[in-house]
Write a protein that binds this ligand. Structure first.
Ligand SMILES: *Cc1c(COP(=O)(O)O)cnc(C)c1O
Length: 372
């Protein structure tokens, strides 16, 4: 993040949400986009707006836990498909076994930026629809894969809706925030009308809080203010509180402001970031290619370099993960553990009984190397 975003904090930013929606739809080739306060709110609102309730929604076992929360809180039951260690994506061979006459939607996540095989997915869904005489919606979860392509075509162009998220850890940020994009204007309008009727206007307090949060992030990630960061982390735990409070893995819960609209300041930051997207993607891709060369001889399982991938993360599977993380830490390199759980094993979802051994194993080994 740079001065463009910083200056935005002190501006009025009226009308930014509509502009962000328009520019976002344009950049990613959609007919329309509708903004939300979080990615999870966008997913939740889509099902609510279309009256999808009391059904089953199929999703990968290895993804952000908030997706399962969004499904549950919309009044539907999540069903989990195991994932492949090669791409981190749903194993499509296993997908049909999780579909039945109650299935109302499939969330196809392009995890860590790797495109799911859209052609095969569409074929499977068509066959299952014929078998049960039902309609099964496809939501592309592009939170890691804004511009990902399968067979040269943006994944967001297939299916019924695509979802994106902009929290501070994502490829591009609007502080917090989420977006849905549509290829059908009628559906986009329906969802927009539902949002405007059911989401509260963001309060001035929320807008001030968001500005303060971003100011802290600027300070925290700036080398010049290193001592302040150290103080925030070690003495006050403020940063920890800010980054952890909104994310709960063990409980089906959403942040209190999940149905309070995106703020103008967030949309204005999103607009500045949107302009940088192509550059950010190129940088991530270059980093991923570099890692795949330099890490090739460690005996670890490296992620693929794939046409159309967006490399939101570079996730290596390492058996002795904690040792390697400490080793790198002693060299001053911070490795991350982004998703360290298999959702069907979390207390809130274990009763559903979807056993996903591959996701379980990946969760214990996934180690993220920096791509920014
Ligand atoms: C981050 C993320 C979401 C939800 O985003 P929030 O804005 O945190 O609610 C959904 N799906 C995936 C794959 C994500 O990584």
């Amino acid at each position: 993040m740079g001065w463009g975003e910083f200056i935005t904090l002190f501006k009025k930013n009226d009308g930014s949400i509509e502009r962000f929606e328009k520019d976002f739809a344009n950049l990613f080739g959609a007919k329309a986009a509708v903004a939300f306060p979080y990615g999870r709110s966008a997913q939740w609102a889509y099902f609510k707006a279309l009256g999808i309730v009391d059904g089953e929604i199929v999703m990968p076992a290895y993804t952000c836990s908030v997706v399962a929360h969004a499904v549950s809180l919309s009044g539907n039951k999540p069903r989990f498909v195991d994932v492949l260690a090669d791409t981190f994506n749903m194993d499509l061979e296993q997908l049909p076994s999780k579909i039945n006459k109650e299935t109302k939607a499939i969330i196809a996540t392009h995890t860590y930026g790797y495109p799911q095989d859209i052609d095969r997915l569409t074929e499977i869904v068509k066959l299952e629809e014929q078998k049960y005489g039902t309609k099964i919606l496809i939501m592309q979860d592009c939170c890691h894969a804004f511009s990902a392509k399968w067979a040269d075509r943006p994944v967001s162009k297939s299916g019924d809706v695509a979802v994106y998220a902009f929290n501070i850890s994502k490829t591009m940020t609007s502080i917090f925030g989420g977006m849905l994009t549509f290829n059908d204007l009628n559906v986009a309008n329906k969802v927009k009308i539902w949002r405007d009727k059911n989401f509260k206007k963001p309060t001035v307090f929320k807008s001030i809080k968001r500005r303060l949060y971003l100011l802290m992030v600027f300070i925290a990630f700036s080398k010049h203010f290193y001592f302040i960061t150290w103080w925030m982390q070690h003495k006050s735990k403020i940063l920890n509180k800010l980054t952890k409070a909104y994310h709960r893995d063990n409980m089906i819960s959403f942040p209190p402001d999940f149905a309070q609209g995106m703020t103008n300041v967030e949309a204005a930051i999103g607009l500045v970031q949107l302009k940088k997207y192509p550059k950010m993607l190129a940088k991530r891709t270059a980093k991923a290619i570099k890692h795949s060369k330099s890490l090739a001889n460690n005996g670890w399982k490296l992620p693929p370099i794939t046409e159309g991938a967006t490399y939101s993360h570079f996730t290596v599977l390492i058996e002795n993960r904690s040792e390697v993380i400490s080793e790198y830490a002693s060299m001053g390199i911070e490795l991350g553990e982004v998703i360290q759980y298999n959702i069907p094993d979390l207390p809130a979802y274990v009763a559903i009984g979807d056993d996903c051994p591959s996701a379980r194993k990946i969760a214990t080994q996934a180690t993220n190397f920096p791509v920014t």
